[in-house]
Design a protein around this ligand. Sequence first.
Ligand code: 5GP
Length: 176
Amino acid sequence: MSDYKIKKLISGDEIQIRAKEMGRKIAGDFEGRPIHVVVVQLGAWMFGADLIKNIPTNQLTLDSIQLSSYKGDTESCGLVTVVRDLVRRVKGQDVLVVEDIVDTGRTISELQKNLKRRGAASVQVATMLNKQDGREIDFEPDYVGFEIQDCFVIGYGLDYQERFRNLPYVAEMVFC
Ligand code: 5GP
């Protein structure tokens, strides 16, 4: 691994506060309808846990999916594949996908198409981070935790070569 510095960007406390706000907004928007949450692994599991705790409803069901779009480095390879699939059917469900970060938009738009092909009634997206400057596909998440600059981030579920997912905050990884 080349030399790097870690620059803290968003604290765990800030993420918790934002997750509370987003959870309240989502609950209000769904107005008591069942919400089927699909957490995108591995990056979104930490934020996903924060978010679902803050959606006050007894109508929430949960599943996860693991996708691959990065080749284990800092660049997307552009090809999105399902590494570990859903367990439950999404047919007829109002799905809320929870993502760690939307960058080019390829991964999430492929997943959205995939879930619609399987018969989901609707697919909305909540992302912890949004890198608007990295966008290559026309895609807008429905719920955004934080807008960030076009830099490579780690922590709070996000990895670099499978490491740093356990950092309790989001940081920029600066390569020297
Ligand atoms: P997209 O398809 O929108 O370009 O990228 C989405 C996926 O790429 C995310 O779910 C995440 O796994 C990964 N990704 C995008 N940007 C970053 C980043 O800055 N840091 C890390 N660790 N992963 C990223």
